[in-house]
Each structure stands twice: as structure tokens, then as C-alpha cells.
Design a protein around this ligand. Sequence first.
Ligand code: SF4
Length: 348
Amino acid sequence: MNLLNLVPPEAERYLTEWLAARNEPRFRLRQILPRLWQRPVVNWGEATELPLELRESLDQEAPLPRLECTQRQVSNDGTVKMLWKLSDGLAVESVWIPEGSRTTLCISSQAGCAYGCVFCATGRMGFQRHLACWEIASQVREMMLDPKFGKPSNVVFMGMGEPLHNWDAVDTTLTILNDPNGFRIGARHITVSTVGLIPGLKQLAARPEQFRLAVSLHSAISERRAALVPVERRYPLPDLQAVLSGFARRVTLEYVMIQEVNDRKEDAAALVDLASRLYALVNLLPLHPGGHDLEPSPPRNIARFAQELRRAGINVSVRKSRGLDISAACGQLEANTDHEQRSVCSDQ
Ligand code: SF4
């Protein structure tokens, strides 16, 4: 049994029956359950509040799987990128981003990605496989097991993969992240980022929690968007807009600034039109280097573009790059297991 693949109420039910079958007192549940997500242990042997025999049975019947950290790179801005090797040899990355008193963990939901956005290194890898729920949630769990890190204040699904393409596992992971018996991270501190898969958006919208939603827009003009984000041909802007209009929460539109592709006056006008219809926030992101022949918009173009949006009453932020020197910034994750500069995790 892999308890880390269950939502906390299911884990509770399983453990209640498991304890009853062994004639163990019910209070053991309150000792075991927090060791899954709230005060995680590397293995059951570490849960010394439990009798030795019970720890051994748990290790045999419900062992706790781990992600193996094979590489950790530290940026000079404090961002840390982890490479996790999966049991089948594939690899994914997470990025730890300290921001004053807050920390954000950017997690992966798939190895590779099927959607091929032209500026994205993960997209160029192609799709390898969906991550299981425990492999997604354990990116948080592993940080908590390391005394140098701990529990992040925010979690964003902006690492490798398209989270709504792996909805079943992401759906369960969202519960584990937010549940009082899970990691207990507030829904407003959890962001799902998508290219705009409409079936998955409908499923996310049906959840009652206030999870945040970010949509990778990159152009509000359909033909231009299709050249950057191929999924536009399948789920075009008018359909996307219709689904987002029904969203009960405020949406953030992510917009990578590319010189003479999406940073012109008409691009700003189209974005103003869409963002104002959706009451959306806009994040303008610098384009990061790697594997494409696009030019980033110069800072003065970004400032002018932001000004045009602000003048039209749109709430806009210009984001700074983080972890650029270790290829940990947006669009740069590709789980390269072949870097020369290799810093093996201290706890391995
Ligand atoms: S931006 Fe997201 S959806 Fe697009 S290719 Fe990269 S990981 Fe996939």
C-alpha cells in the first residue's frame, strides 16, 4: 500500500481498518497520520513515538516511497533547482524560490510535456509520462524532510508538464496540499498554471476551494497565440474566454514578452480587451534563453507595454527572472541529467 497516493481521508480509513485488524488502540492513528504529510518521516523507523513492532509492520506493509534527488543547483539569487530521479530512470525538476519571508516551490506534474509551446524547454522534450500523485506531492514532502528547506508557503504547478493534462493525479495532489491532515497549505497559496485545456479547466472550476489559476496566454490574438502555443488550435481563445468568464475566482494571465511577436501596440490593445472582459490580472514575464530563435522584448518595450495596460485600468505586474544562471527560470526546465556542474544532495 502506498499511503502517499491517497487523499488524507482515504489514508485515515485505511489506517483505521489496518489498526483494528491488528488490535492496536485507535489513538495510534493520531500518531501515524501526521507522519505522512504534516511531520513527515523518511521511513517508519524514524517515527520513534510508535512501538518498534508497529514501525516494522508499517515499513513492510505501507513503506514510504522517496524521490531521489540526484542534483541540486543553487543560483546566486538564492533560487535552488532540484533534479529528482524517478524509479523508471526518468527525471523531473522542482524549483525552490525564496522571496523575503515567503518561499514558493514550483513543482512538476509530468515528465516532459505534450504541448510544445515554442519558447519552452520542457515542450521540446516531448511527453514522457504522467507523474503519479505521490511523485507530485513528494516534491513538497522531500523539501520538508530536508532541514535546510522546510514547508513552502506557496506551491505553483509551473514546473515540467501541463497539470490539467494529468488531472486525476493533480486533483488528488491538490487535496493533499490543502487538507488539514495533509500539508495544510491554504488554497489561495496554491496556483495551477495551464495553457488552457478546457476539459481540465471545467474540472478545476468545479472544486470548491479557492485555488489560484494562471493561464499561459502569451497573445490575445488567436493566430499569433497559435504560433506560440499550439494548443490554441484545439481550444481557441473565444472558447477559453467563455470558460474563464464562468470561473468564480480571479484569473492571472501569463504573458511572455517577445520582441516584435507579441509586444506591439495591437497586442497590448487585444490584451486589454481580453483582460478587462475577464477582470484578470496580467503578469508580464521576460523571455528566457534556450533552444528557440525568439528575441526577448527589451526592458523599455516591456515598460511601455505595461504602461499601456495600466492606462487602460488593467492590474499588471512585471515579473523578475529567478534562477536564470542555473536554467531554473520559467520555460527552462528540461531535466538535463548531464550537467557538468553537479552538486549531489547532501542527504543522499
Ligand atoms: S509552457 Fe507548459 S504546456 Fe507549454 S510546453 Fe512548457 S510545460 Fe508544456
